[in-house]
Design a protein around this ligand. Structure first.
Ligand code: NAG
Ligand code: NAG
Ligand code: NAG
Length: 366
């Protein structure tokens, strides 16, 4: 009798502790409590609306941006969701809000610091973007606020589990070719690339120093042949090949820099992601991946839709808009469609063909 009673109590105790554990592992929102947050840094490819909150023309807060998914323009430079939105979903996180959103309270799932038009260099479109260095400063402010709210130990654990997701660099080269050629100055191609990579890795190290351990970085896609390269940089529709040596050097340089950081920094883990390989395949062979048009933008003006005028807010009110955005690789002159971003996100989440040494899922599981 006594034994049975003891066992009953034990079973009851076990059940209730299981109950306590399961209820405790979920927050109020039903999201897992021991999650890894997602912090996002970079440019328009990751922009989720920061630029809506200060005086700049580098915005996508007008129609038809956002129509496919959000039904209103959020500031994202696509018809719908972007890669970080899908990654957040796969990691069971909510949509990650932009840092400058006025009602930002819960920072514990991550924050999006990205700003359209920004590069790794401070001088790139200075004054009309949030530079990468300032994005790091904003991260420091978020970190301080998390430490205040959660205490040092919990904040430290959260920030070391977090994934830091970067897309930056292309604007440092675009700015030099489409706005201010003097920034290339007397630098050799390699020297200019080294400045860009050096400034990128300085920010990665800045986050590492403050407890970040898991980093994912995209390389540069084939900038010469995207609609903007053909319709704005080259103007007549051919690829703007002048930029390609920079892209090649940059992608090699970034891969090397990350390998070096892994050797130098204890516990540093990373995904080096080849957006170049991924996008080149879809541009050259769209039908293989379920698309009809790989080179012309769905929305824009001029050759290949390569003039950045989607929505009719830049050079004139008139612009072209395709009938079926799902058929297109590019939504506007410089940015892929939601459908492309979804394929991309799936590949980098659990695949290993364009992501090494870790994929995103592995980075989140730590
Ligand atoms: C925004 O910037 C533009 C260009 O620099 C300037 O002409 C305009 O006055 C600014 N607007 C505000 C509200 O500050
Ligand atoms: C960052 O870029 C600036 C030029 O904008 C350069 O002077 C500086 O040395 C670079 N920093 C690193 C760490 O490469
Ligand atoms: C739009 O294009 C996609 C992809 O080719 C296709 O599956 C879909 O049926 C098209 N929708 C319409 C309304 O034509």
């Amino acid at each position: 009798m006594a034994n049975i009673r003891y066992i009953q109590i034990l079973v009851f105790a076990l059940c209730s502790s299981v109950l306590i554990i399961t209820t405790q592992s979920h927050g109020h929102s039903g999201l897992p409590k021991r999650h890894a947050p997602l912090f996002i840094l970079g440019d328009s490819v990751f922009e989720a609306g920061n630029n809506n909150y200060f005086n700049t023309t580098a915005r996508a807060n007008y129609k038809p941006y956002g129509e496919t998914y959000f039904k209103y323009p959020t500031g994202r430079f696509s018809d719908g969701r972007q890669v970080p939105d899908f990654i957040a979903q796969y990691a069971k996180l909510p949509l990650i809000p932009p840092y400058l959103q006025p009602d930002l309270h819960d920072l514990s799932y991550g924050v999006n610091f990205a700003s359209a038009g920004s590069g790794a260099l401070d001088g790139t479109r200075q004054g009309s973007v949030i530079s990468l260095k300032t994005q790091l400063s904003n991260f420091k402010i978020v970190r301080k606020s998390l430490r205040k709210k959660l205490g040092d130990e919990k904040a430290k654990s959260l920030l070391s589990r977090a994934v830091y997701f970067f897309n930056t660099g292309s604007n440092d080269y675009l700015f030099a070719f489409d706005t201010d050629p003097t920034v290339l100055g007397s630098y050799s191609q390699q020297e200019y690339v080294d400045l860009v990579i050096g400034n990128m890795t300085a920010v990665v190290e800045g986050i590492y120093k403050r407890g970040g351990r898991n980093f994912a970085l995209l390389d540069l896609w084939p900038m010469a042949c995207v609609p903007y390269g053909r319709g704005t940089l080259q103007k007549k529709g051919a690829c703007f090949d002048t930029i390609t040596p920079y892209v090649t050097l940059h992608n090699k340089g970034l891969a090397n820099a990350l390998q070096k950081l892994e050797k130098k920094l204890k516990g540093f883990r990373y995904s080096f992601i080849s957006s170049n390989k991924f996008l080149t395949k879809r541009m050259n062979n769209p039908s293989k991946y379920g698309f009809v048009e790989g080179k012309v933008a769905c929305c824009g003006s001029g050759p290949y839709g390569g003039i950045f005028n989607c929505g009719g807010m830049k050079i004139s009110k008139k612009y072209n808009l395709c009938k079926n955005v799902s058929e297109y690789v590019f939504f506007d002159s410089s940015h892929p469609t939601e459908r492309v971003y979804e394929q991309f996100a799936k590949k980098i989440w659990s695949g290993n063909s364009i992501t090494a040494p870790y994929n995103l899922k592995a980075l989140f599981e730590n």
